[in-house]
Design a protein around this ligand. Structure first.
Ligand SMILES: [Zn+2]
Length: 371
């Protein structure tokens, strides 16, 4: 199949116009200018790689933390319609038994290819920065508990977010990295020094940078300072609620090729306002903003990745290529996914087609149109 388009976003530049040749589920050629043969389809719009979301809890009214295949399918479909073709299932803090059960069920969907992995956000988080995580289920990491959750996933746990300042925190970072798991520091009250030591121990991601972590102070830069002044990759929630556009712009500028757009979406993403649950916590969604019931703390987002891309380009004024990279190529690299995240020969044909306002027109996954 030969596809011609007004714009094709490659890892290094936007081809305008450009074309792609697909064979089955793969991209075999990408070129600039008019297509070499009469195209099978001509798209008025921008063709980008399908989005890769490495931090998402739910959408379409459903949540991964219920652990059922039906819920996971609803979440995946809801985000697929908004351009996300690869997603990690993020689990919020819950009891050991609930988390173990959800990990076991979701690991089957990782094996099936619906999900690219599982992300454990907790239970090893700071009680001082717990956000929407159930305080009673937070714990300090110990090697046996870490081992038990990883074993439940049988290799499907791709990422863990933890607070490195907890007793046993740095040892847990080493244990996880040794097991091939990507470690994000987040929901953390770490000092600069401890955050720095966790990066030296192998932690490589800042989970939703700025949110739910000790803020940057010019004499005690905390985790934000350690993450910005390092080779770490950083997640950013570009919904206009979690981060001011100036902060978003500054972070992307400080971290070219190391910034990752994530949705951190909960069940209300691509669904209506109302009363929801995030793990055991009651969440009220009003005007698209999710907050813990009666408390006001932000409880995830209702973001979809296309909306994050629009916000970055239209509200924060960030260059389209940098934004698309942060929504595709960079998260694919962070997760070790070599088959998706870029429009390059040899990769899977996962595409999103955006109109001039960056709304989703069509979505292809593995060479088949889904939307
Ligand atoms: Zn979080």
């Amino acid at each position: 199949m030969l596809i011609a388009a007004s714009r094709v976003v490659t890892p290094t530049r936007v081809l305008a116009p450009g074309w792609l040749r697909l064979s089955g589920s793969r991209i075999v050629e990408v070129g600039a200018g008019p297509p070499p043969d009469p195209p099978d389809i001509t798209l008025e719009g921008t063709v980008a790689p399908g989005f890769v979301d490495m931090h998402v809890h739910g959408g379409g009214g459903a949540s991964f933390d219920t652990g059922t295949a039906k819920a996971a399918d609803t979440v995946a479909r809801a985000h697929l319609a908004h351009g996300t073709t690869s997603m990690v299932a993020s689990l919020v803090t819950d009891t050991h038994d609930v988390m173990t059960g959800a990990i076991r069920e979701l690991s089957l969907l990782v094996a099936d290819g619906l999900l690219v992995g599982i992300h454990l956000e907790g239970p090893w988080l700071s009680p001082h920065r717990s956000g929407a995580h159930q305080p009673g289920s937070l714990s300090d990491p110990d090697p046996a508990a870490v081992e038990a959750l990883l074993t439940a996933g049988g290799g499907a746990v791709r990422m863990v977010t933890l607070a490195p300042e907890l007793p046993g925190g740095l040892a847990a970072v080493r244990q996880l990295v040794q097991a091939g798991v990507v470690v994000g520091i987040g929901h953390t009250d770490a000092t600069y020094d401890i955050a720095r030591r966790s990066l030296d121990a192998g932690a490589s991601v800042g989970t939703h940078l700025f949110n739910a972590m000790r803020p940057l102070h010019h004499r005690e830069p905390g985790p934000v300072g350690a993450l910005l002044d390092s080779e770490a990759d950083v997640e950013l929630i570009a919904d206009g609620v979690h981060l001011h556009p100036a902060v978003l712009r500054t972070a992307l500028r400080a971290k070219p090729g190391r910034s990752v757009l994530v949705t951190d979406a909960m069940a209300a993403a691509a669904a209506a306002d109302g009363d929801y649950r995030l793990g055991q916590m009651a969440v009220e969604v009003r005007g698209g903003v999710a907050r813990l019931a009666g408390q006001g703390a932000i409880a995830g987002s209702t973001l979809t990745m296309d909306a994050a891309v629009r916000f970055c380009v239209h509200e924060a004024g960030i260059d389209l290529l940098d934004v698309i990279t942060a929504a595709t190529t960079t998260p694919a690299r962070v997760l070790g996914l070599t088959e998706v995240g870029a429009l390059e020969p040899g990769r899977l044909a996962d595409l999103v087609v955006l109109d001039d306002e960056l709304h989703v027109l069509r979505v292809m996954r593995r060479g088949a149109w889904q939307v």
